[in-house]
Design a protein around this ligand. Structure first.
Ligand code: ADP
Length: 525
């Protein structure tokens, strides 16, 4: 009988264990994923900045290199007589050039052309101070390949593209294109402008002087800087995302939401498990109670049956001498048969209550009379067992509209309990009282009482209290649950007032009601 049960318990325990382990693992993985994702967002933000900057720098450099190619093309060294025209043409076109110098490779200054003039005084001065042999590695200069020179000047920058060229006769020339700083900055602006919607962007020199925009603090979060590799190689591009705090806040919020969801789902899963566990335990307890119930009921039936059998056997032999003893045996048989009848009635009632199919036969009932009848039936047993019975049933109580069979059953259960659980305090008091629109029938005993923590449970089906179990009092645990049901089906209740060691009083409270249709008649008379 018990093997499949424990097998089931083991299965449930394993299932619960698996659920707990998998939930825990899943939550851990989700947590790591969430935290990892935040880190990923940060690294991908940094990576996207690096990519963006690399792309922009490449474009700017490419623009300068493309410009150089055109300049190299235009600077024809074959005809010195053409140099002024070439110079004018280059300066006039949109190639960022302020001045063009044609010079000997080993002697950049003074150039062969142009010669000094007041008009080019400033440019000439910058050229002289910046474009000299120590900055040009002639041995590494390839023919027709543009090179760049970037230098800081006290209050300005010197930028030049230069190229080694050869004429038809094999004569080499160094051509230097002195670039216009403003136009280079305009070029930066053209390529970096669109970045400024989402980033702070600046270009600075090695001393951190702002060339394009103000320098950015290097301690800013997500700050990134890189040098222009070949053309503007003395300059550094700085960048910081404008809205990183928003991005971080989003990531933080997302992390919080995810953690909240993880905790929520864990709580839900664990509470569901707790509910399953509690439900399972209740189920097991109920099963246990039912098993006890069957064995209790069998005992309940067996005792009166064996008494009936024994006394009828004695009577049958005709050996009972006196009429008095014979009558006593007859009443024992009668009482035991009645007890069995009540018990079977209780069982049938309980079964139909369980199925919710008990037929109700309501009629006007005088509760005092019903109680008296019930006591009469019980009188003999009460007296025989040495009980003192006191009753208080005032005349002229109003009738109630009730099911008399059900009420008798409820009364029997209360009386039977008071006899069963009285122990040595053999006093029973039955009272019928009218109060606040109710009729209360109370049955009080001086028995051991009921512990407070059991006082609600005793109305549950199959529940047997510690007194019943401890003192091995016969019973099936359904009497009070039937009584409660009977009271509730009449719109009333069963109340218990009990103190351990002092006794218990159970009160069946039924509302005073007229049969349907008669209330109005009463009210109008
Ligand atoms: P049963 O009497 O068959 O056990 P009941 O439903 O009638 O079942 O009662 C439930 C429990 O309530 C009893 O087992 C007993 O512990 C407790 N009980 C009921 N009536 C009394 C009483 N008058 N005095 C003490 N305990 C009582």
């Amino acid at each position: 009988m018990r093997a499949p049960f424990s097998h089931n318990t083991l299965l449930v325990a394993v299932a619960i264990g698996v659920i707990i382990v998998s939930t825990g693992t899943l939550s851990l993985v989700s947590y790591h994923y969430t935290v990892g994702r935040a880190y990923l967002v940060e690294t991908s933000l940094v990576q996207s900045i690096i990519n963006l900057v690399a792309q922009k720098i490449e474009r700017i450099e490419q623009a300068i290199i493309d410009n150089d190619r055109i300049l190299v093309e235009m600077a024809d060294v074959n005809e010195p007589s053409q140099w002024p025209a070439i110079r004018d043409e280059i300066k006039a076109s949109d190639l960022n050039v302020d001045e063009v110098y044609f010079a000997r490779p080993r002697q950049p200054f003074p150039p062969i052309y142009p010669t000094y003039s007041n008009e080019i005084r400033n440019l000439w001065g910058a050229y002289r101070n910046s474009f000299n042999l120590k900055d040009i590695d002639l041995n590494r200069l390839a023919l027709n390949q543009p090179h760049h020179l970037a230098k800081e000047r006290p209050d300005n920058y010197f930028f030049a593209s230069y190229v080694l060229k050869e004429d038809r006769k094999g004569q080499r020339y160094l051509v230097c294109f002195q670039m216009n700083n403003e136009k280079i900055i305009a070029l930066l602006d053209r390529y970096l402008r669109d970045l400024q919607a989402n980033y702070y962007v600046a270009v600075v020199d090695f001393e951190n002087n702002g060339i394009f925009n103000q320098p950015i603090s290097r301690s800013s979060k997500y700050y990134y800087e890189t040098r222009f590799p070949s053309t503007l190689y003395k300059w550094i591009l700085q960048i910081v995302p404008r809205y990183y705090s928003e991005i971080e806040r989003d990531v933080r919020n997302q992390r919080r939401t995810n953690l909240f969801l993880i905790i929520m789902s864990m709580t839900l899963i664990f509470s569901s498990l707790a509910i399953i566990y509690v439900a399972g335990r209740r189920e097991r307890q109920l099963r246990q109670l039912k098993e006890d119930f069957i064995s209790n009921v069998s005992h309940e039936l067996k005792t009166p049956l064996s008494l009936i059998g024994m006394f009828s056997e004695i009577l049958k032999t005709g050996r009972v001498k006196t009429q008095e003893t014979r009558m006593e045996y007859y009443s024992i048989i009668h009482n035991e048969a009645e007890r069995m009848g009540h018990l079977i009635g209780n069982l049938l009632d309980f079964a139909s209550l369980e199925r919710g199919k008990r037929a109700k036969h309501f009629e006007p009932v005088n509760l005092s009379q019903l109680v008296s009848r019930e006591l009469e039936a019980y009188h003999y047993q009460i007296q025989k067992e040495g009980f003192q019975l006191s009753t208080e049933m005032p005349e002229g109580m109003p009738e109630i509209y009730a099911d008399p069979v059900a009420i008798s059953m409820a009364l029997f259960n209360l009386l039977d309990n008071s006899v069963k659980y009285s122990g040595d305090g053999k006093q029973i008091a039955v009272k019928v009282v009218q109060e606040n629109g109710y009729i209360d029938v109370s049955v009080a005993d001086k028995g051991p009482g009921i512990p407070l923590e059991e006082q609600q449970k005793i109305f549950e089906k199959f529940y047997r209290g510690s007194t019943a179990v401890g003192r091995k009092v016969r019973g099936s645990g359904i009497g009070l649950s039937i009584t409660k049901h009977v009271a509730e089906m009449h719109g009333g209740a069963v109340l218990v007032d009990s103190k351990v060691g002092k006794g218990s009083t159970f009160t069946l409270r039924i509302p005073i009601r007229k049969p349907p249709g008669q209330e109005d008649v009463e009210a109008s008379t």
